[in-house]
Write a protein that binds this ligand. Structure first.
Ligand code: GUN
Length: 287
């Protein structure tokens, strides 16, 4: 029997419905949640992601401020924009779309964001809190994946979970979130030896490589009834694809996410949720 498709669009909608109610609540308290985005350059994929984020904010009543910067923006210029947004009391969340052009340093840029407005959970402060189970703002893709497990009542305790990614936005935060649920987590990456062996022993595989010329997760690499989460999205042979050979894998897995329509919508929904959290934090701190 084929496995169950984890439908990110449906789960994201349930998150958005909750966010919409929370936005209404905040507005009755005189707070109008607002997300500021910064996009540097004209990368078409990044521009589409930012546009989708704005559209989703509009759907739930979150105000947006859109900063589109020239591809040649300097570190000093972007720092100044972030400092101004940090000081602006009408802005609750700040998102710098990644990747950045070469002249801008990702760490210097994102770590400048006020931790209270850090809706990507990327600042050292929030990343550190996550390792101690104290984070209020957690990276959106990892928290979206946790929401997917919750929605399907997938118990993570004692499960062997293989992550194929070690980035600050995906692999590292996921590691901590899964550990909190008492899973046994192995982080694999480009230098891992015998990746197939790790995958074959996993109850759950979460993969985010994003290059089908280099890597495809095929059904011979998973065990029967494994759960497969595909975070990647890239263009391959003129189609949007993830890392997973979904049509074949869903025949063997117990659950799997499609691409598109899997993890992607969750990332956007959790950004909205984080913006609400940041707006509530600001009211508690009484700016
Ligand atoms: N680029 C790809 N995914 C993300 C994300 O979740 N946040 C930011 N800021 N940039 C990204």
């Amino acid at each position: 029997m084929a496995g169950i498709k984890i439908d990110g669009k449906i789960i994201a909608q349930s998150v958005k419905d909750r966010v919409k109610k929370a936005v209404h609540e905040l507005k009755t308290q005189g707070i109008s949640p607002c997300l500021a985005t910064i996009l540097v350059g004209v990368d078409p994929a990044s521009a589409t992601y930012v546009k989708n984020k704005h559209r989703a904010c509009e759907e739930v009543g979150i105000i947006t401020k859109d900063h589109k910067l020239d591809v040649n923006t300097t570190q000093i210029q972007i720092n100044e924009i972030i400092e101004n947004l940090n000081k602006d009391n009408s802005v609750h969340g700040i998102l710098v779309q990644l990747p950045l052009p070469k002249q801008l340093d990702e760490f210097s840029t994102t770590s400048r964001i006020s931790p209270l407005k850090d809706v990507d959970g990327l600042t050292p402060h929030n990343a550190g809190l996550l390792t101690m189970k104290k984070a209020a703002l957690v990276a959106c893709t990892p928290s979206g994946i946790m929401e997917m497990f919750d929605y399907h009542n997938i118990d993570l305790e004692g499960k062997n979970i293989v992550l194929i990614n070690r980035s600050n936005l995906v692999g590292k935060p996921l590691y901590h979130l899964l550990l909190e649920k008492n899973a046994t987590v192995i982080t694999c990456h480009s230098r891992t030896k015998n990746l197939k062996g790790f995958c074959q022993s996993a109850d759950i595989i979460i993969t985010a490589v994003g290059d089908r010329n280099k890597f495809t997760l095929t059904s011979d690499m998973i065990k029967d009834k494994a759960i497969i989460i595909d975070v990647a999205i890239s263009r391959f042979q003129d189609k949007l694809v993830g890392d997973v050979d979904y049509e074949k894998i869903i025949e063997k897995a117990s659950f799997a996410t499609p691409v598109p329509g899997g993890v992607g919508p969750m990332t956007v929904a959790m950004l909205l949720k984080n913006t609400i959290t940041a707006a509530s934090l600001s009211s508690q701190i009484g700016r």
